[in-house]
Design a protein around this ligand. Structure first.
Ligand code: ZN
Length: 507
């Protein structure tokens, strides 16, 4: 299986754009869509969570029909442990929270939670019709098992009891349930409470091509070959590859050896990205490496995830989304060959992806200057007043390197963006992907220039405020090519409002 992840968390995509995107991914060899709909559909089970741009069930059913005609198998994803922010932010569901102060994690010992989720799963099944697979989520539930009731239990036992209960109705309909792999891998001694009927969606957005220098151990610190302990090697003998080096995507081997079917998940948009374009130096090797791993270890499938919370346009990632089918055409092609093939197809010249990669330098280091995920939760609430001022105060007090070296960071991001732009510009008239990246580059240069002015001594505040407001409109217009006007404006606010708020204090 080759699966594309259609995510609506944080961004409401325009209906027509979704259809175009379905056409594109089908033409790139994808055969399934993982639908992370969240509040994009108006659900009877959770009417409060719908936003103004949500679709009716009839509208979504038309999209489903459309995707099925393209031979794209639909797989719904409903988060049933963590990432319930869009539900539990509403007062009616506050009693479902594992911790009263955090909207993300359900208390799985609460019988009302199970009743609520079970009913919602039934509503999903009714809307989706014939299904082969259903993803019950369950990743990044950092507060899972922490309340008075839940903390009396062994973690995987509690986790297993909850998802086995929710999966029972699916299994009765011959639908195979799935969960993300990170939580259960943090407790590998006690995997047996998770039924082997579950497909584990094993996500790893960092590992690339070849043997990695470090690997992630879920629930612990990353390790290198030098810092591997005998205890870890006993727990995960799969950590070492046959050549004696660290084994890339070893978690898929761990899960497979323990009897699970595995879908390995790479990313085209994830944590390392900036606001305007995906991080090519991270994602290209990750996608190609995952494709090779799926083939070599005969895994059930490869899912390329695309996290909407990273905001940058899905279309900018098309040259990356093309990599799995290019990789499938031969087992001997190198990452550089694949990048060249994709670049010729999308940018009109072999160096297109390397030029675009220069723009990726304007990466997640700038996120802290925005309100995107300011609370650490996956919601799109605006930051409170003085949010940025408080950070800066802390950085100054701590003599933080980020703050001390920011001018150097801005300068290097600007230089790199400029180099990439010069290489891409000649192709922008003829090649839409080059034009999109050109626009990303121009926005980035302007963004960096504005940040430099905001943090300069004695800026002209009135003029700067005007420029920031104009720039906010430009970002909303940029995102608006894919997102609804409301969604694009909300996300542009998240990027610019903390800066406007900071200037208010400066006067
Ligand atoms: Zn609990």
């Amino acid at each position: 299986m080759l699966i594309f992840h259609m995510d609506f968390n944080f961004a409401s995509l325009r209906y027509e754009f979704v259809k175009e995107l379905l056409d594109k991914v089908a033409s790139l060899g994808y055969d399934s869509i993982l639908w992370e709909l969240e509040n994009q559909v108006r659900w009877d089970s959770c009417p409060e969570c719908a936003h103004p741009d949500s679709w009716s069930k009839a509208q979504f059913r038309e999209l489903l029909d459309y995707s099925r005609k393209l031979n794209l198998e639909p797989i719904p994803l409903l988060q049933t442990i963590g990432h319930g922010e869009y539900v539990m932010m509403h007062e009616r569901y506050h009693s479902f929270r594992e911790h009263p102060d955090y909207s993300d994690c359900y208390c799985v010992s609460n019988p009302e939670v199970r009743k609520f989720l079970r009913k919602w799963i039934a509503e999903y099944c009714e809307l989706f019709g014939d299904l082969k697979y259903f993803h019950l989520g369950g990743d990044e539930a950092y507060r899972f098992g922490s309340c008075n009731e839940c903390s009396k239990r062994e973690r995987n036992e509690l986790y297993g009891e909850h998802i086995n209960f929710l999966a029972a109705d699916l299994q009765a309909k011959d639908i195979r349930p799935g969960i993300w792999g990170d939580m259960i891998l943090a407790d590998p001694d006690n995997l047996d409470s998770i039924s082997r009927d579950f497909i584990v969606w094993d996500w790893d957005y960092c590992t690339g091509v070849g043997n990695p220098k470090t690997v992630r151990i879920w629930g612990r610190s990353d390790v290198s070959k030098e810092t591997l302990t005998p205890e870890l090697l006993t727990l995960f003998p799969e950590l070492i590859a046959s050549n004696g080096e660290l084994n890339p995507f070893y978690t898929s081997d761990v899960l497979k050896n323990r009897g699970y079917d595995v879908i390995l998940c790479s990313a085209v948009r994830s944590y390392s990205d900036g606001h305007f374009c995906p991080n090519i130096p991270v994602h290209a090797p990750n996608i190609v490496g995952a494709a090779a791993k799926c083939r070599d270890s005969k895994l059930l499938g490869h899912c390329v995830t695309s996290w909407a919370i990273r905001l940058n346009p899905v279309a900018a990632g098309l040259p990356l989304l093309a990599l799995p089918s290019l990789a499938a055409s031969s087992s001997k092609i190198s990452l550089e060959d694949l990048k060249e093939q994709s670049a010729i197809k999308y940018f009109g010249f072999a160096g297109g992806l390397d030029a675009a990669a220069q723009l990726s330098s304007c990466d997640n280091r700038l996120r802290i200057l925005s309100a995107v995920q300011w609370s650490g939760l996956k919601d799109s609430r605006p930051a409170p007043p003085n949010h940025l001022a408080a950070w800066i105060e802390r950085w100054i007090a701590d003599k933080d390197h980020y703050w001390i070296n920011k001018d150097e960071m801005f300068a290097s991001m600007r230089d790199s963006t400029q180099k990439g732009l010069s290489a891409l510009a000649p192709y922008a008239d003829e090649w839409p992907t080059a034009a999109l990246w050109k626009r990303a580059g121009i926005l980035q240069l302007r963004y960096i220039e504005l940040l430099q002015t905001v943090f300069s001594t004695n800026p002209d505040i009135d003029q700067l405020r005007r420029h920031l407001l104009e720039f906010k409109m430009e970002i909303a217009d940029y995102f608006g090519a894919e997102q609804t006007p409301d969604s694009a404006a909300r996300n542009a606010n998240l990027i610019l409002d903390p800066l406007l708020d900071y200037l208010k204090n400066e006067k």
